[in-house]
Design a protein around this ligand. Sequence first.
Ligand SMILES: [Fe+2]
Ligand SMILES: [Zn+2]
Length: 429
Amino acid sequence: MAEFARWAARLPIEKLDCIKRENLIFQSRYGVENVSTPTWVKRDIAMLDAPLATGTRSAAVVAIVGVRLAGDVVEVRFADGQVGRFHVLWLRDACACPRCRHPLTGERTFPIEILRPGLRPSRVEIGPEGEVRVAWPEPAGHESRYDPAGLRARIEPPPAPAPTLWGAELMAAPPVFAYDALMADDGVLARWLIALRDVGFALVQGVPARPGAVARVAGRIGLVRATNFGPVFDVAARPDPNSNAYTALGLPLHNDLTDREPQPGLQFFHCLENTCPGGETTVADGFHCAAQLRARDPAAYALLTRVPVGYRFQDRHHDYRRLRPILVTDRSGALVEVGHNNALRVGFEGPAEDMAACYAALRQFARITEDPANRARFRLSPGELYVIDNRRVLHGRLAFQAARGRRHLQGCYVDRQELLSRIRVLART
Ligand SMILES: [Fe+2]
Ligand SMILES: [Zn+2]
């Protein structure tokens, strides 16, 4: 699919620049962009940060042309006429000076009692670098400085990275990465990570078909998320399965571990052996499928975002339970998580009157995921590995004939935060 090729070709410059800009906005929350070069300490300027979910912003910084105190609000006027209103307690809270943040950790060092009612600045002005300067009555000489881009981002949040939606055509030209390059080259690593963030799927080829290799690949991102199945788990038919995954059954499209809090983010599958007839892998983009449900039947979509579902995993040693909607939206209404697992579902938690509609909505969503237009299908060979965003992309497999060969995959999980953290750290230059 040419779209993916174009997308991949654009990656190194535009996407990483966006992340670098995101880092600038983000760094004040954690104080330092890089512990070894704490640039914020040199500048003492609170870059502030855009809301956590945001990704990019305009490179152009609109200059501040006026600043004034109006009661308990500082009004900041930008050159294009936009006015931002910032409460004095919020501004005091955001101070990034070395008195207020530890110079190495960047973490806040003053107590919340500092943010007292009636606190007012003794002076507000525009500084020589175009920043906002706010002086406080105590301690004497205490001054906070705020970056114009950071203030602007509070009134005009930068757009979040948009997911690239896909259907069955994904496999015509999927995001593919070579193991050797991925392990040795941070530029290739960055592209892989961005593919995982934006597409939620990537193939890696040329991985040594040896047990444990999957954890080394995952380790390029961050810590492996261990579960009751282990840090690394073997997917093969077993005589005493504690999950349908460990049988030769076909598995309908699902998200793993919907019973866990939080649900593991990235999921890795590494093929060591695959000689059994059958067992093809299936994947579907849960965001794309949910968008189709929303377009066809908005009420069904709304039910799946609103009515929680109980999920449960139990075996001899464990009993995990979690109540969550199948489709999770954020405060803006954007879909951020999909958690559909027919095997682990206990049931919807809602009034009896809603049940018929809930199950109809879920049947409809499941049918959309298994629609051949949405479901990508491929056969893994030894040395191939694929990664999905398990909180977005559903996976499954066709049944296989366990007696006529060997099918052995190894898997592991890495949390979404590890991915996003690694992307930000790689963008530091
Ligand atoms: Fe699974
Ligand atoms: Zn301060």
